[in-house]
Design a protein around this ligand. Structure first.
Ligand SMILES: C[S@@+](CC[C@H](N)C(=O)[O-])C[C@H]1O[C@@H](n2cnc3c(N)ncnc32)[C@H](O)[C@@H]1O
Length: 307
């Protein structure tokens, strides 16, 4: 069965991640042979590969060591010294890139998680997962999703679900969780949490839809556990000064909160006179792509050009 995730992946057990809006990203970056580009979210390498095929050279960054390892096996033998793999949080990429002395002609950042990460039970992202309710992308992070549910007030939980998941039943779910917690029945695995949220939906009279009822709650917890908004904003802010004049910064987001942050950041840079926008509205995927890859449905691409 296929499960559709708001931010991401369509999980059908095949561990395939389809890159989103490749032609639009290539056009946005205006890829030129022999110039260096940064892929701040290597993942399964879809965007990196497209840039390399177009003749560009790529610094590919990912905080997940498995993504780096896979690219070492799949991409490095093909592209050699045109590909530099870096395992790090892209929050610090500006400083790192400045230290390399490379002239950066463009950066792409495709936020969120890749399909294999989403389908792995280990991180606690799959609705069927029976392991710990963890969700940490990086084991050095201290707070797990379960810690958040154990230690947040109903209001704090509701704010998480609403602000980071646009969850319409945020308060109802938060209150139900707090009640379950007081009876010692807090869901402790992804599977239990998914069933718990579904239960709240069904009690409120909602019936089956294409999207799993727990999609938004899972996304919100994942974003908070991994500090994804801070990493995104710090990464994008930090990389602006290393862009060459005319260099482009293309950011793909899948969530309204992330898009808002990028929109405001880019607009503030334009006001400061540092650059311009490729276009004022975000670029969206076409109908054919959405049909073929439902993950792309909520994608928004914003592009900034340095002057
Ligand atoms: C949506 S996937 C990227 C997919 C990729 N564009 C492709 O075509 O295969 C996002 C990737 O970014 C990585 N990632 C997320 N947040 C990160 C961060 N703060 N620093 C570095 N990598 C991050 C994830 O580990 C994941 O591999």
């Amino acid at each position: 069965m296929t499960e559709e995730r708001e931010d991401g992946a369509e999980t059908d057990g095949r561990d395939v991640h389809r890159p989103v809006m490749i032609p639009q990203v290539l056009e946005a970056l205006n890829v030129q042979p022999d110039c260096w580009y940064v892929d701040a979210t290597l993942g399964q390498g879809g965007h990196s590969r497209a840039i390399l095929e177009a003749g560009g050279s790529v610094v590919a960054i990912d905080r997940d060591p498995k993504a780096i390892e896979k690219a070492r096996e799949d991409l490095l033998p093909l592209y050699g010294d045109r590909l530099l793999l870096v395992g790090m949080n892209h929050a610090g990429m500006g400083e790192f890139l400045a230290g390399t002395g490379l002239v950066v002609s463009g950066v792409v950042l495709d936020s969120g998680w890749s399909m294999p990460q989403a389908s792995e039970g280990g991180a606690g992202l799959s609705f069927e997962g029976e392991g710990a309710l963890d969700m940490r992308m990086d084991p050095l992070l201290r707070t797990t999703a379960l810690d958040l549910l154990e230690n947040s007030s109903p209001e704090e939980m509701a704010a998480i679900f609403s602000n980071y998941g646009d969850e319409p039943l945020a308060m109802g779910i938060a209150r139900a969780l707090a009640q379950a917690r007081s009876r010692g029945r807090l869901p402790r695995t992804p599977k239990e949490l998914a069933a718990f949220v579904s239960g709240v939906y069904y009690r409120k009279g909602y019936r089956r839809s294409r999207r799993h009822p727990a999609t938004r709650v899972f996304m919100a917890l994942r974003i908070v556990v991994n500090g994804e908004i801070d990493s995104l904003v710090n990464g994008v802010s930090g990389v602006r000064p290393v862009l060459v004049s005319g260099g482009r910064l293309a950011v793909l987001t899948f969530h309204s909160r992330e898009d808002r942050e990028i929109k405001h950041l880019f607009r503030s840079w334009v006001r400061e006179g540092w650059g311009r926008l490729l276009q004022s509205k975000p670029v969206l995927p076409g109908k054919a792509e959405i049909q073929e890859n439902p993950r792309s449905r909520s994608a928004k691409l914003r592009v900034y050009i340095a002057t």
